[in-house]
Write a protein that binds this ligand. Structure first.
Ligand code: BGC
Length: 875
């Protein structure tokens, strides 16, 4: 028996996070018993576990999913903890020791906000030398800066994270980071240095602008984001055996131009290694524009995976490195070039006619340039990242050796929890593409795409994909941060949830500052609810309840001002079933974006659904009155929807694939009409040669609506299509991530348009939720979230041959697989310790109808059985 995966707030050994009351979690593996008898949590002040601060005793109720730790915490303190679990057979096991460490909490900074006394556009270095009386026993740097900063102690980078302080609306909220720098300091003279680039705070952001210029150093218009100066704030707290020394930022720090001579999230970075720092002063800065400073919630963005690229020479004689996978990150390289030599790396996602291509990046230049100082160097960008597979090299002298280059995928440090393997290699690739689009778009914020002049936290994309994301990774901490951004933005918009969060852009009228769009703004209710369902930690509902409610209230007010009959009428701009293929312009305009499903129908459907979720969240949090109130609102809307959109004969007036799928999936259609609606959906599919036409809102639920209503065969037919439009079409076309559009690349290999066409948008990857839930049958249950109890109801299909999903849930590892051999199908399941699974299995296809050798009892063609922890095989 092993007690594993110890996390605090679902983060492994978090240092300096905003913890609130910490919630501890763990999972148990290899137990002989099936259930927890008790668990005992001990928290100590020391790693030897001698100075006990908290002892739960043998607690029979202790939740392994989110154990709320009742302990008063002190600032800047590391707490060590350990769990002992006893199972129902009397076996006990003790975990390894985990820890969490608090940040400054309520302690003020000694340091002051400082800025360099340099021309406003020069990316600075800021440093301070100081003397320590003795080597430290423990040293922490609590720092933040704007735009993006990295900290170095005696030339050594503090920590391994990138792009700090992360992406927030800095006028609303700013996070500081905590670094353990004990090993980098010494007795005597020391130096602490920060380097700063533009990042999200200072560069242009939003797609309404023009590219910057590497030659002139112009940052590119509009410069309408948070136009702060370069700012730095921090305390280095050094404990020696005798005393504690704090080195804060103040005017004794010096500043100098850094080698970064151009810096932009979209356009890239330029470094000039010949720049020798000429030190001048710093000044105190006015930080009154900044929002509240807190400990971090952002998971660190790190170099997560490494790729060795291949060198290709294109028909145009270009030197291009091929990473083999579309990633977010950058290329690093080793070089020794003559002084003054400038090299240039251009980043692109795909080749066209076998040559380098990047026109679909729109105004984003996506370049990196480097001027050598004549010495051997290891080079990497500091203040930007790229979405790419191919990198064109220019200016390199001598023979280019691919082994001198390494591509790094960077993303937020989350645990990957899900995996899907089937007998169909193309489906397997599609799953990998989905996972890659998640990694690539999980760079601190759940973005739409990581490459062109957007890379923003588009809420519709986040909402569409969040259930799949929660299967693929342990997303609780990631979405907790996103939720805070969301709520802070809502506070400035009377509760309306934005199109994009965090809102960084300030241009009035830009889409990037808009709000209140159906299926986008509903991320405010859907993301926290789904994350709660998957994680089992109601802290996310506590944190987001006001956000959820404020959003539902905002729509309610729309309803009230337009008649108050329970519908949310289309009175403002909506994206609707974005990129669906059934809009008025579809088929005429290859770059059409508007789908054909009536927006008032979609608005009202989400109005209903968001009220349902607020009501459920209120019930979980014990807010009974609110639960009743929002339930009542949802019922009124459901009635109004039925009145407005369903004919007395049982047809849905939103007569698209998406309209029918919504009717079924969100239980909008009256029970007696469901059969007819399903037939209607099947007819629409047949009329379209069994191909989909759905967009961002319809696609995630299309196959689920079919499978959940007895038409699983049609769902498989859609899923296994290989021509346009289908999921596997892009796999056939060599995609390594999920495309933005069904037809992003045409069958002849040509990109279909460049107005809005990325190779890396995860929204359509949301079909993987259907693979987890319907194909493999793994379903969380609202009555026992976090998979304490779950449903297992796989729906196999011979055409796929076999499928197996493994999900390392908050409750432990669930496995569900099936395989066809000849005419019969057999299943295998793993149910984790301390959970139960409600198995529902069709008799069809089974050879013996046995589970672990015991006969199953079938009723109306199905066997239902409650499984406790263990391994099972059914044949
Ligand atoms: C983004 C989307 C986003 C949409 C809004 C696009 O430009 O890339 O993914 O949701 O705008 O409709």
């Amino acid at each position: 028996m092993k007690v594993l995966r110890l996390k605090t707030n679902r983060i492994v050994n978090p240092m300096g996070f905003l913890l609130g009351r910490p919630r501890l979690s763990w999972t148990v593996e290899e137990a002989k018993g099936t259930k927890q008898d008790w668990a005992r949590i001990i928290v100590c002040a020391d790693a030897e576990m001698k100075q006990v601060l908290f002892d739960s005793g043998e607690d029979k109720e202790a939740s392994s999913i989110a154990y709320p730790l009742n302990l008063e915490l002190s600032p800047r303190t590391r707490y060590y903890w350990q769990v002992t679990v006893r199972d129902d057979r009397g076996e006990t096991a003790v975990s390894d020791i985990a820890w969490f460490e608090t940040g400054k909490m309520h302690e003020p900074f000694l340091g002051k906000w400082i800025k360099p006394q340099l021309q406003k556009d020069i990316c600075p270095l800021m440093r301070k030398t100081f003397t320590l009386p003795a080597a430290p026993v423990r040293a922490r740097a609590y720092f933040t800066g704007l735009g993006i900063y990295e900290l170095y102690i005696n030339g050594q980078k503090a920590g391994d994270e990138l792009l700090a302080p992360g992406c927030d609306g800095y006028d609303k909220w700013l996070q500081y980071q905590t670094y353990d720098v004990t090993e980098s300091l010494r007795a005597g003279e020391n130096e602490i240095t920060a380097i700063l680039g533009n990042g999200w705070a200072r560069g242009r952001f939003g797609f309404d602008g023009q590219a910057g210029c590497f030659e002139t150093g112009e940052r590119g218009a509009p410069i309408d984001v948070f136009t702060s100066e370069y700012l730095l704030l921090g305390d280095l707290v050094v404990e020696t055996a005798q005393e504690t020394v704090t080195v804060g930022t103040d005017m004794s720090w010096q500043a100098a131009p850094s080698p970064i001579t151009f810096s932009s999230i979209y356009d890239g970075e330029r470094q000039d290694a010949t720049v020798a720092p000429e030190w001048t002063g710093t000044a105190l800065a006015d930080a009154s524009q900044l929002g509240a400073l807190t400990e971090r919630l952002s998971l660190p963005v790190k170099k997560m995976q490494e790729f060795k690229p291949k060198l290709i020479i294109t028909p145009k004689n270009e030197l291009v490195l091929d990473v083999g996978q579309v990633i977010s990150g950058f290329m690093t390289f080793r070089c020794k070039l003559e002084k003054g030599t400038e090299v240039r790396l251009s980043y692109g996602e795909l080749l066209q006619e076998d040559c380098f291509y990047r026109d679909n990046m729109r105004s984003a230049l996506c370049e990196f340039r480097y001027i050598s100082c004549g010495e051997e160097a290891f080079v990497r960008p500091i203040s930007t990242f790229y979405g790419f597979r191919y990198v064109k090299l220019e200016g390199f002298t001598g023979q280019v050796m691919p082994e001198d280059f390494t591509a790094w995928a960077i993303y937020s440090d989350l645990e990957t929890t899900g995996n899907i393997v089937t007998a169909n290699e193309k489906v397997n690739r599609l799953f990998q593409n989905c996972l890659w689009s998640q990694r690539d778009n999980f760079v601190d914020v759940p973005t739409d795409c990581p490459q062109r002049d957007e890379r923003m936290g588009w809420t519709g994309d986040a909402q569409a994909f969040c259930s799949t994301a929660n299967f693929n990774m342990d997303c609780l901490a990631f979405y907790t941060k996103y939720g805070r951004d969301m709520y802070l933005d809502q506070c400035q918009r009377e509760g309306a949830a934005p199109h994009v969060t965090p809102v960084m852009v300030k241009t009035a009228g830009s889409w990037a500052v808009g709000d209140g769009a159906v299926g986008w703004a509903d991320a405010a209710t859907i993301v926290p609810w789904m994350t709660y369902l998957f994680s089992g930690d109601k802290a996310i509902l506590e944190a987001q309840f006001d956000s959820m409610k404020d959003w539902a209230d905002w729509v309610h007010r729309q309803d009230e001002t337009h008649g108050g009959d329970g519908l949310w009428l289309e009175t403002t701009m909506h994206f609707g079933d974005w990129l669906a293929l059934d809009g008025a312009k579809s088929g005429f305009d290859p770059e059409a974006v508007i789908g054909g499903t009536d927006n008032t129908f979609l608005c009202s459907a989400y109005y209903y659904y968001s009220n349902v979720l607020v009501s459920k969240a209120a019930a979980v949090l014990g807010k009974e009155e609110l639960a009743a109130e929002y339930k009542k609102r949802s019922e009124k809307t459901l009635k109004a929807i039925r009145r407005e959109f369903y004919t007395p004969g049982g047809r849905c007036a939103a007569a698209t694939q998406t309209g029918q799928a919504f009717s079924l999936h969100f239980d909008l259609a009256p029970q007696e009409f469901r059969g007819k609606i399903l037939k209607q959906l099947q007819r629409l599919l047949r009329d379209n040669d069994m191909h989909l036409k759905t967009g961002f809102l319809g696609t995630p639920i299309l196959c689920r609506a079919l499978s959940d209503n007895g038409a699983g065969e049609d769902a498989y037919t859609l899923f296994l299509q290989e021509d346009l439009p289908s999921w596997l079409y892009e796999v056939n076309m060599g995609a390594t991530t999920i495309w933005e559009r069904w037809n992003s690349v045409l069958p002849d290999g040509k990109i279909s348009g460049i107005g809005m066409n990325s190779m890396n948008h995860y929204a359509y990857g949301a079909v993987m939720e259907w693979v987890y839930r319907n194909v493999c049958g793994i379903n969380p249950l609202e009555e026992a979230p976090g998979f304490r109890q779950f449903a297992l109801k796989p729906q196999p299909d011979r055409r796929l041959g076999s499928a197996k999903a493994t999900v390392n849930t908050a409750s432990g590892l669930i496995e569900s697989g099936w395989i066809y051999e000849g005419d019969s199908v057999s299943y295998s399941f793993q149910v984790p310790f301390n959970t139960t699974a409600q198995l529902t299995l069709a008799a069809e296809g089974l050879k013996n109808g046995c589970i672990n050798g015991q006969k199953l009892i079938f009723k109306e063609g199905y066997a239902s059985l409650v499984l406790s922890a263990g391994d099972y095989s059914v044949d």
